[in-house]
Design a protein around this ligand. Structure first.
Ligand code: NDP
Length: 248
């Protein structure tokens, strides 16, 4: 499908992006802001978030906000405090792009380091589930909120040696579908899954060190899909999984 989002399609919307300092999250933040959104940039490296903040203000988009937060250690209280500030400053939250993730080890489960396992499950799954739960009241205040969960090919179909990363994404897809089922008749929030597929980023290079990155699509090429799921053109989508094939 060829899709082109309308200019200004996110005007008046406030959108939280996790892992906003690098890779796909950085590109999505710039793109959402360029389409009129006020973006809240959440990540663990403040200097990277500040660089994205500067790019957004330089391109003349609405002033973003920065939330330094390490999802490996963030407690519910910290997420609640962020939610309270969102309510006070923006009165509602129109979208969340759950994008931050870590790769962990790619070894047989028998050899997997259990501290790494716990960290991957915390960042990729538990923090996402808990944050979504805590943000629910401010998402309900928006007329048509969109929550996007970022999965992976090894989340749709678990794959040997991908360990906690694969399991975390598989469970995340389950969580998205559970929420879609649970809330489709009782809220205006939609929950969908986006698997970006192989994309030229730092994480991909770490996962496939011998691959030529120039053979991969860029994060920028994915943006029509990221825009579709975040703006009101996708109001009827609920509990669906999207891949870049959608753009083909
Ligand atoms: P990157 O590693 O390039 O970026 C990940 C971002 O998440 C970084 O900004 C990173 O922050 C942030 N992050 C990592 N850990 C934490 C944490 N503990 N707390 C807060 N922020 C954190 O990854 P990609 O852009 O490639 O991936 C984005 C999403 O797409 C992920 O969910 C990934 O699983 C998924 N995906 C990517 C594919 C690909 O080929 N690239 C393929 C399939 C799925 P910092 O920069 O400070 O480390």
């Amino acid at each position: 499908m060829t899709y082109s989002a309308a200019n200004g399609c996110l005007e008046g919307k406030t959108i939280l992006i996790t892992g906003a300092g690098d890779g796909i999250g950085r590109q999505a933040s710039l793109t959402y802001a360029a389409h009129g959104a006020t973006v809240i940039l959440l990540g663990r490296t403040t200097s990277k978030l500040e660089a994205v903040y500067d790019e957004i203000t330089h391109q003349g988009s609405p002033e973003p906000a920065i939330v330094p937060m390490d999802l490996a250690s963030a407690q519910p209280l910290e997420m609640q405090e962020m939610t309270d500030v969102i309510l006070e400053k923006y009165t509602k939250l129109d979208g969340v792009l759950h994008n931050a993730a870590i790769l962990g080890d790619r070894v047989p489960v028998e050899h997997y380091d259990m501290n790494t396992w716990l960290r991957v499950m915390q960042v990729n799954l538990n923090a996402v589930c808990i944050m979504t739960r805590i943000l629910m009241p401010v998402l309900r205040l928006a007329p048509s909120a969109s929550v996007i969960f970022t999965s992976s090919g090894v989340g749709t179909m678990p794959r040997a040696y991908w360990g906690a990363y694969s399991v975390s994404k598989y469970a995340l897809e389950g969580y998205a579908k559970l929420l879609a089922d649970e809330m489709q008749n009782t809220s205006d929030i939609r929950f969908n899954i986006l698997n970006p597929g192989g994309t030229r980023t730092r994480m991909r290079a770490a996962a496939f060190p011998t691959e030529n990155p120039m053979t991969l699509k860029t994060a920028d090429e994915l943006m029509p899909l990221y825009l579709y799921l975040m703006n009101d053109d996708s109001l009827s989508e609920q509990g669906q999984t999207f891949t870049p094939d959608w753009l083909a």
